[in-house]
Ligand binder design. Structure first.
Ligand SMILES: [Zn+2]
Length: 160
């Protein structure tokens, strides 16, 4: 595993739409492993492949563990939102936009269909912060950043 460099918001890579993942091979697995290491090092909640310069539809999310459980990373390859409901408005940030925070309204719950690293299709239901994170990462796959849709930016002196 190796750390990858996180692309910053000025980079036009982040404005491009990512292509579907077609090969579920070692190259993908290395990318996913590197992304997990990079996310952990950066203490982030999620990371999308375009953020490390790869324009493919792959993202990872660190799911918040229940009481006593550790956070768990899930891999979403070619994710699609098949259902969403409710709304939540909360502060969001992004590893590609260091120092920036803003309020974004997102659905409260969602159901996602995606493939795992072996190409197998699965569905997962997410709520709260995990749901917010999934929407944020899927936005990255479509070339969209949270700063585009934040309704209010906030000043936080120290990064959370
Ligand atoms: Zn982000």
């Amino acid at each position: 595993m190796a750390l990858r460099k996180i692309v910053l918001k000025e980079d036009e890579t982040l404005r491009k739409k990512s292509k579907p993942v077609e090969k579920f091979d070692e190259k993908l697995w290395t990318l996913l492993d590197d992304m997990a290491e990079t996310l952990k090092k950066a203490s982030g909640a999620g990371l999308a492949a375009p953020q490390v310069g790869v324009l493919r539809r792959a993202a990872i999310i660190s799911l918040i563990g229940e009481d006593g459980e550790e956070d768990k990373i899930i891999e979403l390859i070619n994710p699609e939102i098949i259902k969403s409901s409710g709304t939540q408005r909360d502060i969001e940030g992004c590893l590609s936009c260091p120092g920036l925070w803003g309020y974004v309204t997102r659905p409260l719950k969602c159901k996602i269909r995606a493939q795992n690293r072996h190409g197998e299709i699965f569905e997962i239901e997410l709520k709260g912060h995990d749901c917010r994170c999934a929407f944020h990462e899927i936005d990255h796959l479509n070339g969209k950043l949270f700063i585009d849709i934040a309704d209010e930016m906030v000043d936080i002196e120290e990064e959370k």
